[in-house]
Design a protein around this ligand. Structure first.
Ligand code: SF4
Length: 372
């Protein structure tokens, strides 16, 4: 519809954005997940019902124990894992429907993801480390732990959008698990939607979540112009030198440090400033080690160029203005968390790409409601 109505003709800017849809799912702890998964299998596989459970029950609900008592907790987890193993063993020769196979798959997953062997042989306890890509609910298996920031963890889903910032028209959308990274998803969304005009490059506006070298390279490879906030660089010593205080000559494969000393890059992309660091007056700002080791990471030149461009006040001002406009445009659909603490529930489901470029979906005044 955008093509036929021409509503976006002459609009060659797109904004990539994402929002965590937390509270859309009830996160379950390990014990609840194990009990729920065992029940699910016993509801759908006859052979599993014949197993005599030692700890789990078909009525569901968490057993009453003193949760602060480690021995009681570990004993409960051990009992549940043994029940899960017995149920899984009983289903090995069973003829399975798709629903039953799914239930068995889920039980096998939850009985392995959160537990680890205890000190006594045959005992189990809740794992100290959270499994990568952990299933957090047997009710909504696509939901995952995600991060709003380094410190703030949330559970649920993430909405990824491509918007035309002047009009607020969403040209593509996708709901994923909350732990899906923004960069590759944004690249996929930009590639999937129809281009406004093949002869004019699209300017892509995005925050630093889309600022990795791989994402930049992929977007640039599709012929887009990038106005993406760079990811911050971190010094080896607090308040000390960062990557851009060193000069890398990629062709000559050399690095010059802030004190002006030159070192050769190894085949693996590492330069060592032996023997210059000993006695160097700049070392407190450079390295905690006796010798500074400098690594050139993938996409280094791309990232350096992005940070260099970002030093231009005009570029930053234009970015701020567009981001402000974008926040206003997307607010009716996906209000930012600080503005609303209410759960976000809506028609979207995880994994479904909503390519709206052909439907010209304009964000309406009501949340989650779109008008064509
Ligand atoms: S500590 Fe080493 S790498 Fe750092 S500025 Fe001094 S000589 Fe250069």
């Amino acid at each position: 519809m955008t093509t036929t109505t021409g509503v976006l003709s002459g609009k060659h800017r797109r904004a990539l954005d994402s929002t965590i849809l937390d509270d859309a799912v009830a996160t379950q702890d390990t014990v609840t997940q194990l009990i729920a998964a065992i029940r699910k299998v016993r509801r759908s596989v006859r052979e599993a019902v014949r197993v005599t459970l030692s700890t789990a029950s078909d009525e569901g609900g968490k057993p009453v124990i003193d949760w602060s008592d480690t021995t009681a907790r570990d004993s409960l987890v051990t009992g549940l894992v043994h029940d899960a193993e017995a149920v899984l063993a009983a289903t090995e020769q069973a003829h399975l429907s798709k629903e039953a196979a799914d239930a068995i798959g889920l039980l096998a997953l939850v009985s392995g993801q959160d537990v680890e062997p205890g000190e006594k042989e045959g005992s189990w306890r809740i794992a100290r480390k959270v499994a990568k890509d952990r299933v957090i609910s047997t009710v909504d298996r696509d939901a995952r732990h995600g991060h709003k920031s380094r410190a703030v963890r949330v559970d649920g889903f993430k909405a990824h959008l491509v918007l035309e910032p002047d009009t607020g028209i969403v040209t593509a959308a996708l709901i994923t698990a909350a732990n899906t990274p923004d960069g590759p998803t944004g690249v996929g969304l930009m590639a999937a939607q129809s281009k406004p005009d093949q002869s004019v490059p699209v300017e892509v506006l995005a925050d630093s979540a889309y600022g990795s070298g791989a994402t930049r390279e992929a977007l640039r490879g599709h012929g887009h112009l990038l106005v993406i906030k760079p990811m911050p660089t971190h010094p080896a010593v607090r308040g000390g030198f960062v990557r851009d205080d060193f000069t890398v000559d990629h062709d000559a494969r050399t690095v010059t440090c802030p004190a002006g000393h030159l070192a050769r890059l190894s085949a693996g992309g590492v330069a060592k400033f032996t023997p210059h660091c000993r006695g160097c007056p700049l070392r407190p700002r450079c390295s905690k080690a006796a010798i500074r080791s400098f690594s050139v990471r993938p996409h280094d030149a791309e990232l350096v160029a992005a940070r260099e461009a970002w030093r231009d006040e005009e570029v930053r001002a234009a970015y701020r203005q567009q981001r402000h406009r974008l926040r206003i445009r997307r607010a009716p659909l996906l209000p930012a968390r600080p503005e609303s603490d209410r759960p976000i529930r809506g028609p979207f489901r995880a994994g479904r790409v909503e390519d709206r470029s052909e439907h010209s979906v304009r964000l309406g005044r009501k949340r989650h409601r779109t008008h064509s």
